[in-house]
Design a protein around this ligand. Structure first.
Ligand code: TPP
Length: 252
């Protein structure tokens, strides 16, 4: 009897063992991105740009061209690459401290200019790599190393809803928010990434997929409790879905 494989590791990933913390969503996001690129036949012409933060390890895992940028600056580097090499699939992969804090101006202007790049945005509600400081996405009342009494929104503002904000800009042709804590949602997240990359393939404009991700090490939770937190506490603040899809034929 010949056995049929039911799962094959995507060639879009190297065989490097993961260094991410147990329960972290980055590895799942890396895989979805790699699978989507391979499915679109784009592995040989993809250039990913990753900044500092846990995203910086992307080059260890992705089996396609990857380069680095300073904190928050991947949209600028990705813009340059795409303008010089317009036939490449250019992906900016960023954390929330990176994209929504130090790099907020970069992302806003790249999106507003309608750059033909795709952004994968990992929202884990804190600065993960540096030990769990408050990010613009930190939830009201959330305890972080810089908000030991919980985030006070009167002092530090409300969690920034990037997918909704960017959807309001005319240069943005696709904006969606998915999550990485359940198999069904992971499949959905991959479909969002595929849609976003197809927007770039069609040269339509800027596309972004925000992905809610666990950060058990910095949330002070076990991976299982972190999944519950993501589902019950984080998702109501950051609703999942497609906020803009201007693929011809399905504007919404
Ligand atoms: C210009 C600059 N400022 C600050 C730092 C320190 N730093 C490294 S990673 C990081 C936080 C990244 O957090 P986030 O973007 O949320 O990504 P995560 O690690 O949570 O995935 C910071 C502040 C740096 N490397 N460069």
């Amino acid at each position: 009897m010949s056995l049929k494989p039911i799962f094959t590791r995507t060639p879009g990933l190297k065989t490097t063992p993961t260094s991410y913390c147990p329960g972290c969503g980055h590895g799942v996001a890396h895989r979805l991105m790699a699978e989507a690129i391979v499915e679109l036949g784009a592995r040989g012409r993809t250039i990913a740009v990753a900044p500092v933060g846990c995203a910086v390890y992307g080059y260890d895992y992705w089996n396609f061209d990857t380069t680095e940028a300073a904190h928050g600056r991947t949209p600028a580097v990705a813009t340059a690459i795409k303008r010089v090499l317009p036939d490449r699939m250019v992906i900016s992969y960023q954390g929330d401290g990176d994209l929504a804090s130090i790099g907020l101006a970069e992302i806003m202007h790249a999106a507003n200019r309608g750059e033909r790049i795709t952004v994968i945005f990992i929202n884990n509600t804190n600065y993960g790599m540096t030990g769990g400081q408050m990010a613009p996405t930190t939830l009201a009342g959330q305890i972080t190393t810089t908000t030991p009494y919980g985030r006070n929104v009167d002092e530090t503002g409300h969690p920034l809803k990037i997918a909704e904000l960017l959807a309001a800009l005319p240069g943005v042709k696709y904006s969606a928010r998915g999550a990485l804590h359940k198999p069904g949602l992971i499949r959905k997240a991959k479909s969002y990434i595929l849609n976003a990359l197809k927007i770039q393939e069609a040269n339509l404009g800027f596309s972004i997929v925000e992905l809610l991700s666990s950060c058990p090490a910095n949330w002070g939770l076990t991976p299982v409790k972190a999944v519950e937190h993501l589902e019950k506490v984080m998702t109501p603040v950051f609703p999942l879905g497609v906020f803009k899809d201007e693929t011809p034929g399905q504007e919404g």
